[in-house]
Design a protein around this ligand. Structure first.
Ligand SMILES: [Fe+2]
Ligand SMILES: [Fe+2]
Length: 145
């Protein structure tokens, strides 16, 4: 399906430099974009995919933070839990026949993700690169002209 101009799309501007996190973030952006473009009958299935993705995505980051004793992990983990609760709640509504809630959630997540990535995930990416490679993250962005 052709993307609408308002749906979120992956761009290298989202790259943070820690490979496993960047791969997960690309999948997250694709899940949200698909939901923004979805027809009502596709919403329940896409919500299942989003819930499965978000559960694994947030657990992966939470596990990294706990395993490496990342100091400011409390608010980051709280934010993951709050967003996962919203996704779980909206999935229930979608299954009960209110697919329009999915579009609203997808739009909210499209607004939420860039700032979460900028403020919280980027610090974790730096931390993980330092621990794993003893280096700062390197980001190579393609310029599209
Ligand atoms: Fe993330
Ligand atoms: Fe995060």
């Amino acid at each position: 399906m052709e993307k609408t101009s308002t749906s979120i799309q992956w761009t290298d501007d989202f790259l943070l430099g820690y490979g496993p996190m960047d791969e997960t973030h690309q999948e997250f952006v694709n899940c949200i974009g698909a939901l923004q473009d979805a027809s009502p009958e596709d919403c329940p299935g896409l919500m299942d995919q989003l819930l499965e993705h978000a559960t694994a995505h947030f657990k992966q980051e939470d596990d990294w933070m706990v395993a490496t004793d990342f100091p400011p992990r409390g608010c980051h983990m709280d934010e993951h839990a709050a967003v996962l609760a919203s996704i779980t709640g909206v999935r229930e509504l979608a299954l009960q026949g209110a697919p329009e809630k999915c579009l609203h959630l997808a739009n909210e997540l499209a607004r939420w993700f860039p700032s979460h990535a900028d403020h919280l995930d980027s610090a974790l990416s730096h931390w993980m690169c330092k621990i794993k490679y003893n280096a700062k993250p390197l980001v190579f962005k393609r310029s599209i002209r």
